[in-house]
Design a protein around this ligand. Structure first.
Ligand SMILES: CC(C)(COP(=O)(O)OP(=O)(O)OC[C@H]1O[C@@H](n2cnc3c(N)ncnc32)[C@H](O)[C@@H]1OP(=O)(O)O)[C@@H](O)C(=O)NCCC(=O)NCCS
Length: 162
């Protein structure tokens, strides 16, 4: 990572999501997606044993400011990245990459050998992020998404020997 980006990401850290983070995560979820998860769905992720839920935060005098989050699921030797978002005002500083690397490290530690994800075909920013982190396009699910209806690109990354 270039020194300028390193300096930017040094302001931020990732940690396990906590119940107090959920309102802020839900605000970002509604800001970032046309078909957002509900607060209840996000809360269920905290309680699910197979879920890995991390937030990116910046320390402020008032406490941690949540600027992004990622959720992955791991079961047996397979994992999926289920959700990733960064606040629009904090993008382009390496936070998305930091979050995905964070959940990949967790699912690998939990025993996953392969990680899968789906992404809207038109989502160039996310597809580029995942490609940069070693994911390859492996398939297409026609009309997978609602609001608006759109195909999903299926991507996969091996975690073996990584
Ligand atoms: C996708 C998203 C999480 C990226 O977060 P981010 O913090 O801006 O990403 P980073 O700064 O870590 O970027 C890492 C890499 O992703 C790619 N990337 C990120 N934003 C990009 C953009 N707007 N256009 C093209 N590539 C982009 C680049 O390869 C970038 O590496 P580089 O800066 O060395 O070129 C963010 O745009 C977002 O929250 N989008 C809305 C929610 C979403 O679509 N989530 C994914 C659902 S599958």
């Amino acid at each position: 990572m270039p020194a300028s980006r390193r300096a930017a990401t040094d302001q931020y850290r990732t940690r396990a999501a906590q119940r107090e983070d959920l309102e802020a995560v839900h605000v970002l979820e509604r800001l970032c997606f046309s078909d957002p998860w509900s607060l209840r769905s996000l809360a269920e992720e905290l309680d699910r044993a197979t879920s890995h839920f991390v937030v990116a935060v910046r320390g402020t005098e008032g406490g941690d400011e949540v600027v992004g989050y990622a959720i992955a699921h791991a079961a047996a030797d397979e994992a999926e990245v289920a959700n990733v978002a960064v606040s629009p005002t904090h993008r382009g500083q390496g936070i998305g990459a930091m979050l995905v690397q964070g959940v990949l490290a967790q699912v690998r530690a939990a025993g996953a050998l392969d990680c899968w994800l789906e992404v809207r075909a038109s989502n160039e920013a996310a597809r580029a992020l995942y490609r940069q982190l070693g994911f390859d396009d492996v398939g297409l699910r026609k009309r997978y998404y609602a609001r608006p209806v759109e195909d999903a690109v299926v991507m996969r990354r091996s975690l073996r020997g990584a």
